[in-house]
Design a protein around this ligand. Structure first.
Ligand code: PMP
Length: 423
């Protein structure tokens, strides 16, 4: 029975039971129309209302300013690894083209010649690689634009025995110097789901008047803490952890990066420069212009996300996402405190300075596979599910997403205590 278990899966992740109960109902019959939510048109007034409501809930929770747009795509988080590259490279190229054209006039051949050399010399995408998801994003960037244009400004494994688990000091990062035009963008993953590493705060070296465009993957810590949206060019995340069901990704994007203020390079120009032309369904200007309805948006997933966020809006009132942040922090604190109390038995994987509040990764008995299996079996007996670490790193991972209740976290703590005392 659902009420007997607590699920700590990393994504898909638990959803509030009340939302699922309503979901079951609206799947059959939405607002007494006799039709279910997966059957109605994405262009119907009902769908539009759902879209508007979900957007508004996110805007309210995160205090998203007016000069930001919210987009819904079917890309998954992984699709956004590509979308960020396609879109921001294209904007960068068009900006360079316009600059050169202003100098040389309409001699197209000359513009292209100069642009080729600017792309060759100056196009750099900076990646902060702090775990397996930012690694994947950097690999996708390399696949799309070539290694020469990708600057891994930080590979956190290098100073940590080849493993992810800490975020080195910013003076060790090798960002493309701003004096040299800076990077087209800097990319980081705010919370690394597999490795349990989270940025404690926005990096200082990415601030300031001439700060580069910053893209952040917030798939696994979306709406779990306050975010100063203005510091980012693009924030994205798959919905299937803190926000809702699998099927949509959400992008929060600075409007000045969209038309009419910013333009993208034409497909012909990108081809002439040997740069990739992205699929239309990942094209931010197109998605924005069409209010996320360029093609068939899974409105049911948007509805689930809206329901989940409406609950937070109602629960936390004026505190908005700050209310959820307090609860998230408290749950994480209780669990880490217990793990640290029995540090002979439990070893938290990441460094204390970069511990994720969302994905709590640890080893039991020094990582002895058989004994960790027994630990997991004992947890399952108590209804504590989904605690197995990612297949690439093993160990234990307790994902502490918003729908994990304080009660669930406390039951996990009790089990950790009990197991440690018996060990
Ligand atoms: N980024 C992060 C931080 C993730 O945790 C995940 C998925 N677990 C992804 C990206 C990829 O998302 P998707 O599976 O939706 O493509």
């Amino acid at each position: 029975n659902r009420s007997d278990i607590h699920y700590f899966g990393a994504g898909p992740a638990p959803l509030p039971t009340a939302v699922l109960e309503n979901a079951a109902q609206v799947l059959l019959n939405y607002r007494d129309k006799g039709l279910g939510l997966c059957e109605i048109s994405h262009r119907s007034p009902e769908a539009n209302e759902i879209l508007t409501n979900t957007k508004q809930a996110l805007i309210t929770l995160l205090d998203i300013p007016d000069d930001y747009d919210v987009l819904f795509l079917q890309s998954g988080g992984t699709g956004e690894f590509s979308a960020t590259v396609y879109n921001l490279v294209s904007i960068w190229v068009e900006k360079q083209r316009a600059k050169i054209a202003a100098e040389v006039g309409d001699d197209e051949a000359e513009v292209l010649k100069r642009l080729r050399s600017v792309v060759d010399d100056e196009l750099r995408l900076d990646y902060l690689v702090t775990g397996s998801w930012s690694l994947k994003a950097s690999q996708e960037a390399t696949r799309l634009v070539g290694a020469k244009h990708v600057n891994v400004a930080l590979d956190a494994r290098k100073s940590n025995d080849g493993k992810f688990g800490r975020i080195p000091a910013e003076d060790e990062w090798t960002l493309t110097p701003r004096a040299r035009g800076g990077p087209a963008f800097v990319y980081f993953c705010d919370n690394e789901t597999v490795d349990g590493v989270e940025f404690p705060a926005f990096p200082k070296s990415l601030e300031g008047d001439d700060a580069p465009l910053v893209c952040a993957d917030m798939s696994s810590n979306f709406i779990s803490r306050k975010v100063d949206v203005r510091k980012y060019a693009v924030i994205f995340g798959g919905a299937q952890k803190n926000i809702g069901s699998t099927g949509i990704a959400i992008v929060i994007m600075r409007k000045s990066l969209l038309p009419p203020t910013s333009k993208s390079a034409s497909p012909d120009l990108l081809r002439a420069l040997n740069l990739p032309v992205g699929p239309i369904v990942l094209d931010y200007p197109t998605i924005s212009k069409n209010n996320s309805l360029y093609n068939t948006l899974p409105i049911f997933d948007v509805w689930v996300a809206g329901q989940v966020m409406d609950r937070l809006v109602n629960n936390y009132g004026a505190k908005k996402i700050g209310g959820q942040e307090e609860v998230s922090n408290e749950k994480a604190r209780l669990i880490y405190e217990t793990l640290d109390k029995y540090s002979d038995l439990y070893r938290v994987v990441p460094d204390k300075t970069a511990r994720s509040r969302m994905n709590i990764c640890f080893r039991v008995h020094g990582g002895d596979a058989e004994r960790e299996k027994a630990f997991l079996a004992g947890a399952e007996k108590k209804g504590l599910l989904g605690l197995k670490g990612h297949r690439s790193v093993g160990g234990i991972r307790a994902s502490n997403y918003n729908a994990v209740s304080l009660e669930g976290a406390k039951l996990l703590v009790s089990y950790l205590e009990e197991y440690a005392k018996a060990a």
